[in-house]
Design a protein around this ligand. Structure first.
Ligand code: SF4
Length: 213
């Protein structure tokens, strides 16, 4: 990566980590995406039950594979060959996991975390349930404020993800949000985490590169 961009990402991450601390969340900056998977594993107690949210960032950084091989009990919603009923059962088990690992759609410079979700199986355990939540984001997801976060989600995150997973939504064709009423709409809930009650519960890993959508 260009050294000036790397410097910029590091400076932005440093200031976001400061405000996250004020919002009773922990932040970690990693310059190199190769550091992400070992760092995630180091934060998980041995033998803990772990669930994960759908995330291209987790795939790109090798976290999904690392969780499959780690000394933990993974509730693997993506295990090949499982039935839709078993997938749903595992999504529900995720609500009671010890640890939940996921991406995040936007991180504001005011230390807020913003998510969009279709069925809410991702945001529900982030909000309540698991005692530890680990979120991973490339510094490309840092935005100035909530208005920019909404803009990013509606006009980039949702259309690209809708297309990636083959949803029949207007944005997956045009690339623009049309605030649709499609039954396959993926932006059914927008969730903002402003602060946490317990400072040790939520950790955000910011990575000094572009990751995910
Ligand atoms: S509301 Fe509909 S059209 Fe807009 S981004 Fe979401 S899924 Fe796409």
């Amino acid at each position: 990566m260009d050294q000036n961009v790397q410097w910029f990402y590091e400076k932005r991450a440093e200031s976001v980590i400061e405000v996250l601390k004020k919002n009773r969340m922990q932040g970690i900056y990693l310059a190199d995406a190769a550091q992400v998977a070992p760092t995630v594993l180091s934060l998980i107690p041995q033998g803990a039950s772990v669930a994960m949210g759908g995330s291209m960032t987790m795939v790109e950084t090798g976290v999904v594979e690392a969780l499959r091989q780690g000394p933990l009990r993974l509730i693997d919603r993506y295990e090949p060959g499982i039935s839709p009923a078993e997938t749903m059962a595992r999504l529900k088990q995720g609500l009671g996991a010890d640890v939940f690992v996921s991406g995040v759609n936007a991180v504001t410079e005011e230390g807020e975390l913003v998510f969009v979700d279709a069925t809410c199986n991702r945001v529900a355990p982030i909000l309540f349930g698991p005692d530890k939540v680990i979120l991973i984001a490339g510094c490309n997801k840092i935005v100035p404020n909530l208005a920019y976060a909404q803009e990013r989600i509606r006009h980039f995150v949702a259309p690209t993800n809708a297309r990636r997973i083959g949803r029949k939504t207007p944005c997956a064709v045009s690339g623009h949000c049309e605030d649709c009423s499609s039954p396959e709409r993926i932006c059914n809930a927008t969730v903002v985490i402003h602060k946490q009650a317990r400072p040790e519960r939520l950790t955000v890993i910011l990575v000094g590169t572009e990751l995910g959508y």
